[in-house]
Design a protein around this ligand. Structure first.
Ligand SMILES: C[S@@+](CC[C@H](N)C(=O)[O-])C[C@H]1O[C@@H](n2cnc3c(N)ncnc32)[C@H](O)[C@@H]1O
Length: 369
C-alpha cells in the first residue's frame, strides 16, 4: 500500500474526526476500488454521520478537500462497488466484472442475470461492457416506442431534425414536434384540455392526434393565419383567446420571431422595440393565465435577444411578469437551435468582432395557484 500523502485539512477551519480518515483514504492506490469502497462504507461514512454530515454531502466534502486525489464520482463508484459486492473475493468472476456491474447496472436482478451470462458464455470484460451498452440502447429505443416519441430525460431538448409527423415541413417558425411532445409529457395530465393560441402549422394538434400516449387529451388551436381547417382564426393580441376564463388545463404559447427586436436594430429603436415586445408578451401571458383553471399550467417558448445594442433577457422578463400574475414556476428547459436556424456568421478583420446572436430558446412553464 502507498505511503500516506499529505492532505490539507477540510475547508472548515475546525479540525474534524474525519481528517485522519481523509488522509488514510488518500493513501489508497487509485485502482484499489474495493478496498477504498470498504473503507468508505465501514469507516468514513459512519464517522461523517456522527459529525452530522449526511447523504451525498459526505463524499462531496471529501472530494472538495484540497489535495485529495479522488474525484466525487470515483468515490461514489467505489462505495457502490463495495455495497453491492462485499463478498467479491468469493465470487466466480474477476473483480473488474463486478465493478462494471455495480457502476453500470442499477437493478440487482439485472446484475445477477449478467453475472450468470458472463459465466456461462465465458465472456471477457469487453463482452460484458458491450452487452450492457447494447441493452441500454435497446432500452432507450423501447422507451421511444413505448411513448411514441423521443423522450428527453434532461433539461436540454435538442433535436437534429423535426419529427416529420408533426407540423408542416417548410412552415416558418415551426417548432420540432418532439419539443411539444416532451412538454405534454412532463407538464400535462391525462384528460387535460389544451389550448395552443398561436398554433402555426398545427404541430401541437399533430402530436396529440398521432401519439396514442396523449390520446386522452383534447386540444383547440388558434392562429391569426390558420394553416388548416383544424385551426380557428383569432388575433389574440387584439381580441384575446376565445376561451372562457378558468376553463383550460394547459396553454402552450409559441410566439412568432417578429415579436422580438431584430439583432441589427440600432440603439435608438431597440428600447422601443423592447417595450413593444414586452407589451405583446405580457398580453399573451395575461390571456393565457386568464383562461387557465386553478392548478392549470402554461408553457411559453421565449428567447433572449442579443444584438448590436446588447442583451435583453426576455426569459427573465417573462418570468417576472408571471410572478406578478402569481404564477408558480415549475420548469425551465433549454431549446438549442439546430440546422438552418443556427446560422454561422463569418467575422472579418475590417469590421471587427460581430456581436453574438442567440442560438438557444427557453421553454418556461408555470402553474396557476
Ligand atoms: C412560432 S409560430 C408557431 C409555430 C407552431 N408552434 C408550429 O410548430 O408550427 C407563431 C405563430 O403565431 C401566429 N401569430 C402571430 N401573431 C398572432 C396573433 N396576434 N394572434 C394569433 N396568432 C398569431 C403566427 O401566424 C405563427 O403561426
Amino acid at each position: 500500500m502507498a505511503k500516506p500523502s499529505p492532505v490539507a485539512h477540510s475547508k472548515s477551519a475546525k479540525p474534524s474526526s474525519l481528517d485522519p480518515l481523509i488522509e488514510k483514504l488518500n493513501s489508497f492506490s487509485a485502482d484499489n476500488y474495493w478496498d477504498l469502497g470498504k473503507f468508505l462504507v465501514e469507516k468514513v461514512i459512519p464517522a461523517a454521520l456522527k459529525e452530522g454530515i449526511f447523504g451525498e454531502q459526505i463524499l462531496k466534502r471529501m472530494a472538495d478537500v484540497p489535495g485529495f486525489k479522488f474525484p466525487y464520482h470515483m468515490l461514489k463508484q467505489c462505495q457502490m462497488f463495495y455495497t453491492y459486492y462485499p463478498d467479491v473475493e468469493k465470487r466466480p468472476l474477476p473483480e473488474i466484472f463486478y465493478f462494471e456491474l455495480a457502476t453500470k447496472v442499477d437493478e440487482s436482478r439485472k446484475r445477477t442475470e449478467y453475472e450468470k451470462m458472463a459465466i456461462s458464455h465465458k465472456w471477457t470484460i469487453s463482452d460484458l461492457q458491450k452487452k450492457i451498452r447494447e441493452d441500454e440502447l435497446v432500452r432507450r429505443e423501447d422507451e421511444k416506442t413505448r411513448f411514441g416519441f423521443d423522450l428527453k430525460e434532461r433539461n436540454v431538448w435538442s433535436f437534429d431534425t423535426p419529427d416529420p409527423r408533426f407540423g408542416k415541413s417548410g412552415y416558418k417558425g415551426r417548432l420540432p414536434g418532439q419539443v411539444i411532445a416532451n412538454a405534454l409529457f412532463y407538464y400535462t395530465e391525462p384528460g387535460w384540455f389544451i389550448v395552443d393560441p398561436m398554433a402555426g402549422s398545427g404541430t401541437t394538434g399533430d402530436v396529440i392526434g398521432s401519439i396514442p400516449y396523449f390520446g386522452n387529451r383534447t386540444i383547440k388551436m388558434y392562429d391569426i393565419e390558420p394553416s388548416d381547417e383544424r385551426i380557428q382564426r383569432a388575433n389574440i393580441l387584439q381580441t384575446g383567446i376565445p376561451e372562457q376564463s378558468g376553463t383550460v388545463d394547459y396553454v402552450f404559447l409559441d410566439p412568432p420571431s417578429d415579436f422580438y427586436p431584430k439583432a441589427g436594430d440600432s440603439d435608438f429603436s431597440v428600447s422601443a422595440a423592447r417595450a413593444e415586445t414586452m407589451m405583446k408578451l405580457k398580453t399573451i401571458a395575461r390571456e393565457g393565465v386568464r383562461i387557465l383553471k386553478s392548478k392549470g399550467r402554461l408553457s411559453i417558448v421565449v428567447e433572449p435577444t442579443v444584438g448590436n445594442f446588447g442583451f435583453i433577457d426576455f426569459p427573465f422578463e417573462v418570468a417576472s411578469v408571471m410572478k406578478e400574475l402569481a404564477m408558480k414556476p415549475v420548469g425551465k428547459v433549454y431549446l438549442p437551435r439546430r440546422g438552418d436556424s443556427a446560422k454561422v456568421r463569418a467575422h472579418t478583420s475590417t469590421e471587427g468582432p460581430k456581436p453574438m446572436t442567440s442560438e438557444c430558446r427557453e421553454l418556461l412553464t408555470f402553474e396557476k395557484p
